[in-house]
Design a protein around this ligand. Structure first.
Ligand code: NAD
Length: 484
């Protein structure tokens, strides 16, 4: 199946932090893929703005190296690479001083869409926003993109929102949560609201429970200092897992339009019950063989920060009362696996007797690896020998269904950046949403901090601490396996 690529209007995109890790790994390779797919007009311009003193040619060389590292060789045709590199400009800038700003202004062409990606530490958001205005670079049509972490609690998130609001209207601010840019996540909305099959069953009458798992095999890597101040709750649950929960739980918006969708997500966050201390499990990975422990990785022997988190969350509203959402995320787990599993209830009465066993429909939405959805259905085991039931998957792996060569199965970042250029905020978090998420998260964190407990230890390569399994066992449920 060949997909349609609809070009965006010509734009000037400035990436503050254009030499940083995120720009090299995600933003620039993503833009290259969009350029190669023909979505980006050749009159567009990408301006890297960062602290290093680089000439434009040196910056192009750096970006070229990043493309070689993060784009597969067969997609690096020299004409596409040269064309893309020719769109690049570079400005050496000081976000907190005067250097570079007049030069940056010279790069702005009034007749193009103008966007600024703040791929820098949040402490620089304010100084950059201020200078964009002081130097007459930004106006009411400018769009800005900001990265996580968006605050570390309600107070800091509020301050960040207030800082941005001094210079930009909410309609100009694009807060990125790259989970929302994933193909499957949007497909979840297509599945729910584009079919008649699922929505009638999408409630506590038919759904037993929902599991959201984001398992990583990596440790904290070079981010130890940042991670140790943050932990799984702040780094993953408050933003990514919460966004996934919202998309599963929300009511159908009246239209697929930014505020209609975000209003519904906000209602879900506001309907979340506080989490009881006995319904959450925090874990920390230990050492195993050559794999160092969390404490070693963050160089803090006394750290009480969690690298694993599992919890039961209740959404207190008409649709979901009595259907728990179990969330789980962690580092150094058995496999890299992100998925949502909607576990339906048993059939009300089994006509096949005990020996047919217990079978449940499970809709699995895989975010990585291998994005796709699987619906587990129960059928008769083929062959003679009576009515034995087995579960088989109805599988829809996007790369298979749409063709592995389909270049339009895009990475989250490239999709989101194109949405910024299109001026579509649907897949970006609104300020009040972020604040509501922190308002729910803060008391949970405060409650464990006040008890000063160490997280439970777990072995690298496992599914997390035993206590996490217990969280479901005691309710006669089981986590889905984290499989290699
Ligand atoms: P990084 O440290 O690799 O890069 C920082 C960039 O900011 C560099 O280009 C540097 O030149 C620039 N910079 C720093 N101080 C500056 C100043 N005073 N004036 C001008 N430029 C300055 O950081 P990163 O990993 O690319 O992260 C950037 C932002 O994205 C951070 O807010 C981070 O939390 C967020 N983020 C990063 C990742 C990731 O995978 N790297 C993922 C999610 C969010």
């Amino acid at each position: 199946m060949v997909s349609r690529v609809i070009p965006v209007d010509p734009f000037d995109l400035t990436i503050f932090g254009g030499t940083g890790d995120l720009a090299r790994r995600k933003i620039l390779p993503g833009l290259y893929r969009r350029f190669r797919a023909g979505q980006m007009p050749e009159t567009s311009q990408i301006v890297g703005a960062a602290r290093s003193d680089l000439t434009e040619d040196q910056y192009r060389d750096e970006v070229h190296e990043a493309l070689k590292e993060f784009i597969s060789k067969d997609k690096l045709e020299s004409n596409a690479v040269d064309g893309f590199l020719s769109l690049l400009r570079y400005v050496s800038i000081d976000a907190t001083g005067d250097k570079g700003w007049s030069e940056l202004k010279e790069h702005q062409r009034g007749d193009h869409i103008s966007a600024f990606y703040f791929s820098v530490a949040p402490s620089l958001f304010g100084p950059i926003a201020e200078r964009l205005h002081e130097h007459g670079i930004a106006d009411a049509s400018t769009r800005i993109v900001v990265e996580k972490p968006f605050g570390r609690d309600l107070e800091t998130a509020r301050k960040l929102n207030q800082t941005l609001a001094q210079h930009f209207d909410e309609t100009q601010i694009y807060r990125i949560d790259h989970y929302l840019g994933k193909e499957t996540v949007q497909n979840l909305m297509a599945l729910r609201f584009g079919n008649v099959l699922f929505e009638p069953l999408w409630n506590s009458q038919y759904v037993d429970h929902i599991q959201i798992t984001v398992a990583e095999t990596v440790g904290v890597g070079g981010r130890g200092g940042y991670y140790d101040r943050s932990g799984a709750m702040r780094d993953m649950v408050q933003n990514h897992l919460m966004q996934l929960l919202c998309l599963i739980a929300m009511e159908p918006p009246s239209q697929f339009e930014p505020d209609a969708v975000r209003d519904e997500k906000l209602k879900v966050i506001r309907a979340l019950d506080p989490v009881k201390p006995e319904e959450l499990v925090r874990g920390q990975y230990t050492a195993k063989g050559k794999t160092p422990s969390y404490l070693h990785d963050v160089e803090n022997e006394d750290s009480r920060t969690e690298s694993f988190m599992a919890m039961k969350v209740n959404v207190s509203n008409w649709r979901w009362a009595g259907t728990p959402f179990y969330l789980r995320t962690g580092k150094r787990l058995r496999a890299r696996q992100s998925e949502i599993a909607v576990v339906f209830k048993d059939a009300p009465h089994s006509i096949f007797g005990e020996e047919a066993g217990r079978h449940r429909n499970i809709l699995t939405i895989r975010l990585q690896p291998n994005e796709g959805m699987t619906l587990g259905v129960t059928i008769k085991e083929p062959g003679p020998g009576g009515m034995r039931l087995i579960d088989v998957p109805l599988d829809m792996t996007f790369a298979d269904a749409l063709g592995a060569e389909n270049d339009n199965v895009t990475d989250a970042y490239e999709r989101l950046v194109m949405d910024v250029i299109r001026g579509n905020q649907t897949l970006f978090m609104r300020g009040d949403e972020v604040e509501a998420a922190w308002a729910w998260t803060d008391p949970i964190i405060e409650s464990w901090e006040s008890r000063d407990r160490r997280p439970y230890p777990y072995e690298p390569g496992s599914s997390g601490p035993e206590e996490s399994a217990m969280l479901l066992h005691r309710e006669e449920r089981r986590w889905r396996e984290i499989r290699e």
